[in-house]
Design a protein around this ligand. Structure first.
Ligand code: ZN
Length: 72
């Protein structure tokens, strides 16, 4: 029973589209090295969110949400 995995919604404010991507990131100033945050992103906002984090030089990792699931 993990709602976050089965029906993730885009993390962009105001966007309610089902997410297709997971962006894992951390803020080196406030997070310890093993503490990562996760944002879900739809196709439209993946680049927006990635650039938001990249502009702050945060380490980040983008992976397809469905890579472990079946279906289109
Ligand atoms: Zn979105």
């Amino acid at each position: 029973m993990n709602d976050e995995d089965s029906r993730a919604q885009c993390s962009r404010a105001g966007c309610r589209v089902a997410a297709s991507w997971v962006i894992r990131w951390r803020n080196p100033r406030i997070h310890s090295a093993d503490r990562w945050k996760s944002w879900a992103a739809c196709d439209d906002h993946r680049e927006y969110l990635r650039e938001f984090l990249a502009a702050r030089s945060f380490p980040l990792d983008v992976t397809p949400l469905n890579q472990a699931a079946s279906g289109p």
